[in-house]
Design a protein around this ligand. Sequence first.
Ligand code: TUI
Length: 316
Amino acid sequence: MRSEICEMLGIRYPVFQGGMAWIADGKLAAAVSEGGGLGIVAAGNAPADYVREQVRIARSLTDKPFGVNIMLMSPFADEIAQMVVEEHVPVVTTGAGNPGKYMDAWKAAGIRVIPVVASVGMAKLMTRLGASALIAEGGESGGHVGELTTMVLVPQVCDATTLPVIAAGGIADGRGFAAAVMLGACGVQMGTRFLSAEECSVHPVYKQKVLKANDLCTMVTGRRLGHAVRSLRTPFSRGYEKAEYGGMPDDELEALGTGALRLAAKEGDPERGCFLAGQIAGLVNREQPAREIIREVMEEAEACLCGAKTPGGHHE
Ligand code: TUI
């Protein structure tokens, strides 16, 4: 089940690990890359030195390719954009904005740039600016979400670009992988599924919440301030929603969200933490080594795509 993205990046399986802020560290990225996928260190809102340290940890644990995800709304985005060049990171993915101003420098450094796009317009722009591939992420995903679902975004992005497209949002198993391929994608990115990996050092309270979540456990907040975020329904997210629609001033609302993601991921704070997770969390219910996750997804996808499985998931 190799695809053009495997040749381009030198990876065995076209499976990316999502760039989960404060969660996707050097250890998780290395485990995914060792398992044959593309591990990704997430920068999130962390300072450049923290991210550099994680890059070095990943490099000490694997000699396989891995990437860094840069969250473009971060106050440290400029420094991290420079850091990936200094550290010779082979692949950069971006999220939550337009990476246009960094593209020339990254390309000159030989970095493969793979932006997350949430619309056809952004897909066309990134194609023109010289991206190596695109990640089309639907709003089923956890974290910062766009307007479109994976089902409608992926085929429209595939038709709008000649680049390889990685599908993301709502994909956590081989059926999702196979569906993505049917929509025109050549690979997938999974966040929530890799959050459950044994090598994922997210706080145990966070991991357990995701493992126990069902299909209806997530909600979207933050639309009023222009950055919608999908997270588990918790006292924090409900309180935020109340404040959002209750007329709290913008600056106070902004302050309410600040640091909540780190509190969830690092401290497992059930009251004040913001637990980002995708709608597919209901399907993710056990901890497994990253290598096993990748193998299971690829085997199931192959079975689906080769006709061994009928629609609906029943074996013939
Ligand atoms: O970025 C994500 N997911 C994230 S980022 C994050 S940290 C955060 N902290 C505070 C507020 C918001 C987020 C947690 N999860 N996914 C990739 C993604 N990118 N989804 C949607 C987009 C996107 C949206 C708009 C990409 C480009 C874009 O372009 C808009 C423009 O024109 O600048």
